[in-house]
Every structure is written in C-alpha cells, then in structure tokens.
Design a protein around this ligand. Sequence first.
Ligand code: GAL
Length: 344
Amino acid sequence: MKKFLALLLAMMMVLSLAACGEKEDAPAQEPTGQEETQTPEAPAEGGTVGVCIYKFDDAFMTTYRNALQEILEGKGYTVTVVDGNNDQAKQNEQINTFITQGVDALIINPVMTSAAATIIDTVKSAGIPTVLINREPTADEMAAYDKLVYVGCDAAQSGTFQGELILDTPNKGDINGDGKVSYIMIQGDPENIDAKLRTEYSVKALTDAGVEVEQLNLTRGDWDREKGQTICANDLAQFGNQIEVVFCNNDDMAIGALQAIQSAGRKVNEDIYLVGVDALDAALNEVQAGNMTGTVLNDATAQASQAVECMEGLLNGDTYAAGEQSVYVDYVKVTPDNVADFMK
Ligand code: GAL
C-alpha cells in the first residue's frame, strides 16, 4: 500500500510538472465570457492537436491542411497532421493513436462520410473535443456528442453558383442555339455530399431559370486531375460538338478537363464552357487567361481559421446543441471580372 501511495504521489508530481511546462509558453488568454464553463484542466493555447486528413494527395485539402498547420502553430499548439491515404481503416487507427497519446483536441477530415457515426462514437468515448471538417455528417450523427462541431461550406451553394456562372454567359450556355444546354458532369467522389449537391444544384440553377438541359454523361472523377482529363477526353471523342458545358465538381478535375478540351482543339468561352469549384491558384490563372469560364472560391484559409476558432471554443468548454453543430463559410463566385481579387 505504501509503495502504491508513493508511486501515485510521484505520478501526480510528474503530471503537474508536465501541465506547468505546457502552459509556460502559452500567452495569457483574453477573458472570453465563458469562464464559468471552463473546466480546470482545459488547456490554454499551447496544447496538442491531432489533425487527420483524408488524403494528402488532394489539391484543395493540401491548401487547407497547410493553412490549418500554420494557424495552429502560429498560436503555439503542437500539431501532428496525418495522411489517411484515402483509407478509413487507417484513419480509424490514427484517431485511436492520437487518443492514446492524449491529444487535447482533434480536427478530422473523414475519409468516408459514412464512417462519421463511428468516428463520433470514438471521440465521444474518449471525451476529446473534436472539429470535423470538409465532409459533413448528418445532424443526427453529430447530435450524439455535444463537444463536436462541423466546419465547412454549404455544398448546395457552390453548385448553384456554378449554374449561375453558366447563366451569366451571353447565350446562357446554349452555344449552338438549339434551345437546350447539353452538358457533361465530371463528379467528385459521390460518397461525399459536396459531390452530390454540386452535381444536383449546378443543373438546378439552370432549370430553375427556365433553361432546358440535356445531360450527355455523368462520370465520377474522384476529385482527381488525371481522371478529369481522361473522362473529358473520352466524352469529347464520343459527343464532340454536342458538348456545350463541362461541369466539374472541383477545379483539379477542371484543369484536367481543360487539357482534354485544348487537345481536342476546342476553345473555352467560344465553343465550350468550363466551370469548377475551389479557386485553386492554377484555376484562377486559367480564369484570368479565359481558359475557364469561372470557378467558385472554397475558402480554405477561412475554413481553417474557423475550425481553429471552434476548436478553441470547445477547449474552453463550449458545447453545441443538436441541430446547431454545422458552421458554414460562404462560397464566392469567381469570374474574369473579379478574379484578380483572389490572386496572391
Ligand atoms: C471538396 C473540394 C474538393 C476535394 C473534396 C475532398 O470540398 O472542393 O476539391 O478537396 O472537398 O473532400
């Protein structure tokens, strides 16, 4: 018994020293008005954060994770960012490892939206404040845990903006004047709500405006540039001049599609329209050069700062009521008229 008490005392001393060490470099926190809810062990700035990204090899999520890392490190957090390699089983292990390591908070970009319920269960059991990003679970799934929030964008809005970019062209997308807009859709990973809603709402914007549409093809390109190129090349070979609009669920696929369009001797904004989403630097250059009709800003930096802000709120004791666990950052339409505002 004596030995046990001595061991316990020694462990408590080590723990309290570690806690002091952690708080040493942390800047004093501003009063937040949430002091009553603050738990005594809530870490000040300077805690540890585990960030899980669905895969590093994704153009938009690369910008996003770099922004997250920069913001978190700038605030004095110790950050570990891991690559899920598009493998949910691997990501589950990574989450468990972070939990075992005792991270103060988690920021997770799930590999599969359908795995959200399991992820939420895991972080809830461990009591880790968690911010989910980029792949939105259902409100019901999130309601299981009140120290959990989703930060992202309203995917339907980006789809609507893509449709509006086409409506804003001189012939509203009907280049050949046959009374309908014939398009191909190059879709992201359809398991993902961004892919589903962008596909649906881009076309809905046209039909809501009374424009007749004809879908020539819809193919999944999984957010990937090379797949975008192959799909567009195949569709151009099959449908040729019938294609008036190429809708891509993201910019990386649109850049790929542009290569196919150029190889086929077609000219964007003259005999074909091309739109994407994200406002990647490469896409902004193409919009400015007139090689893309437009894109939609998916603001990685704003989402990263919002995610960090929500994470800090959770660390300070914030909880979220069911049905109020999604925080959205607005999308912005990017056209040749305003593209310069988005270029660095
Ligand atoms: C979307 C983004 C895509 C891809 C996807 C991954 O929001 O537009 O480019 O990164 O997230 O889930």
